[in-house]
Design a protein around this ligand. Structure first.
Ligand SMILES: Nc1ncnc2c1ncn2[C@@H]1O[C@H](COP(=O)(O)OP(=O)(O)OP(=O)(O)O)[C@@H](O)[C@H]1O
Length: 374
C-alpha cells in the first residue's frame, strides 16, 4: 500500500526568506477606533522578533491576527509567501505558546505532544519518533507518561514549547510565555529558549512586557506605541540609538534633562540654568526647539582626578542604594532643577559617595541623545 502521509502533502516548502509579511494591517474592534494602525512588517525566516510595548498598545491584537483568532479590519498577512489573512487558525501552520501552558490535563505528556501530529495526519511510527525527538529537545526524557499536573511550572512550559515546535511550523507565536514563572526559572527558561532557537532556528514572534527578556533573546525588537511600531531594531541599536524619547524612556533607565537647542548646526543645547551641553541631536530641527537630552545612567560618569569630559555638571548626592552588583546613586544638580542617576559598579575599587557629598558627573557627546519634547 502506498502511504503518503498528510505531513508530506501538507508541509509547505520553505522557499521564501521572508517568513512573515504584514502589509498595512489595521484592526478596529468597534469599527470606529483602530487599536492596530497600519502595521508593515517583514520577519525573516529563522528570526526571533519580539514585540514590546506598554499595556494596550496592540501587541496581543497583532498576535491574535497572526494566529487567526482575529481578522484584520484591513491589510494583508502573508505566511511563507501565502496570504493567510482570511484563513482559520487550524489552517495556518503556526505553533503557539501562551502564559498559561494550555496543555490537555487528561492526556499524558507524550499524548499532548502527539496531538498536533495526529491532527496533521502523521503516521503512528513517525509520531513516536518525533515525540522522542521533542522530549530530547526540551531535555525532559523519561517524563513521557506523566500528566501535566505532575510537572512543575517550568516543565509544563517546556512541554508547551515542544508541542508548539513538534510539527515544524512556519511560525511560532509566544505570548508572555514566561509570565507565570518566578524570576530564577524565567532566567533558566530564557537560556533554554535561546538554545532551542540556536539549534532549530524557527521563526518566532514573541510578546513580552519584560525588557530584559526582549533584549537578551531577540534578533530584533519592535517597540509598539498606540497601535504603531515606534521603532524596530536589533536590541543593541534600540538601547543605544533610540530614535525617539518614547523608546529611550521605555527601554531601560535614562536621565532626562530639559534643554533647548542652542544652534541648528551644532549639537549644542542649553539647560534651564543657561549652561551649554552637547549631545547627538535626533529629530530636533531649528535652534530654540525644546526637548530632552537623554543619557543612560551607565554612561554618566563620576569624574575623578584630571579626566576630561566635554559635559560636566556639579551635583549633590541625594541617595545611594545598594543593589548587590552595583550601587545606584541619585543626585541633584547644584541649580536644583535636574535629578541625575548614575551607577557605581560594586567592584571594590570605587568609593560609594555619602548623601550630601558634592560630585562631578560628566558624559561624552556621543553617549547622549537629544529628542524633541513631543
Ligand atoms: N476583543 C476585543 N474587543 C474590543 N476591544 C479589544 C479587544 N481586545 C483588545 N481590545 C482593545 O484593544 C486595545 C489593544 O489591546 P491589546 O490587548 O492588543 O494590547 P496589548 O498591548 O496586548 O496590552 P497588554 O500588554 O495589556 O496585554 C486595548 O484598548 C483593548 O482594550
Amino acid at each position: 500500500m502506498l502511504t503518503v502521509t498528510m505531513k508530506e502533502q501538507e508541509r509547505p516548502a520553505r522557499s521564501s526568506a521572508q517568513s512573515v509579511v504584514l502589509r498595512n494591517v489595521v484592526k478596529s474592534y468597534d469599527g470606529m477606533t483602530a487599536v492596530v494602525k497600519g502595521i508593515d512588517l517583514n520577519v525573516q525566516a529563522g528570526e526571533f522578533l519580539t514585540i514590546l510595548g506598554p499595556s494596550g498598545s496592540g501587541k496581543t491584537s497583532l498576535l491574535m491576527m497572526l494566529a487567526g483568532f482575529e481578522q484584520p479590519t484591513s491589510g494583508e498577512i502573508l505566511l511563507g509567501g501565502n496570504d493567510v489573512s482570511r484563513l482559520p487558525p487550524y489552517k495556518r501552520n503556526i505553533g503557539m505558546v501562551f502564559q498559561q501552558y494550555a496543555l490537555f490535563p487528561h492526556l499524558t505528556v507524550a499524548q499532548n505532544l502527539a496531538f498536533p501530529l495526529e491532527m496533521r495526519g502523521w503516521a503512528r511510527d513517525e509520531i513516536a519518533g518525533r515525540v522522542a525527538w521533542a522530549m530530547n529537545l526540551v531535555r525532559l526524557k523519561g517524563l513521557e507518561e506523566r500528566r501535566p499536573a505532575q510537572l512543575s511550572g517550568g516543565q509544563q512550559q517546556r512541554i508547551a514549547v515542544a508541542r508548539a515546535l513538534i510539527f515544524d511550523p512556519e511560525l511560532v507565536l509566544m505570548d508572555e510565555p514566561l509570565g507565570a514563572l518566578d524570576k530564577q526559572l524565567r532566567e533558566q527558561m530564557q537560556e533554554e529558549f535561546a538554545r532551542i532557537h540556536r539549534e532549530l532556528k524557527p521563526t518566532i514572534i514573541y510578546v513580552t512586557h519584560d525588557q530584559g527578556e526582549a533584549i537578551s533573546l531577540s534578533d530584533r525588537v519592535a517597540v509598539f506605541d498606540g497601535g504603531r511600531i515606534s521603532q524596530i531594531a536589533p536590541p543593541k541599536d534600540l538601547y543605544e540609538k533610540p530614535e525617539s524619547a518614547f523608546v529611550a524612556t521605555f527601554i531601560g533607565e535614562t536621565n532626562r534633562i530639559p534643554v533647548r537647542r542652542a544652534s541648528a548646526s551644532l549639537d549644542t543645547f542649553q539647560m534651564a540654568d543657561g549652561r551649554l551641553v552637547s549631545a547627538v541631536a535626533v529629530g530636533m530641527g531649528s535652534s530654540d526647539d525644546r526637548g530632552y537630552l537623554m543619557v543612560r545612567p551607565e554612561r554618566l560618569r563620576r569624574i575623578a582626578g584630571r579626566e576630561y569630559l566635554p559635559n560636566v555638571l556639579e551635583a549633590i548626592v541625594l541617595e545611594a542604594t545598594y543593589h548587590g552588583d552595583n550601587v545606584r546613586v541619585r543626585a541633584g544638580t547644584i541649580t536644583g532643577d535636574t535629578e541625575l542617576l548614575y551607577r557605581i559598579s560594586n567592584d571594590g575599587n570605587q568609593p560609594v559617595p555619602h548623601v550630601g557629598e558634592q560630585v562631578l558627573l560628566g558624559w561624552r557627546t556621543e553617549d547622549a541623545r537629544a529628542f524633541p519634547a513631543s
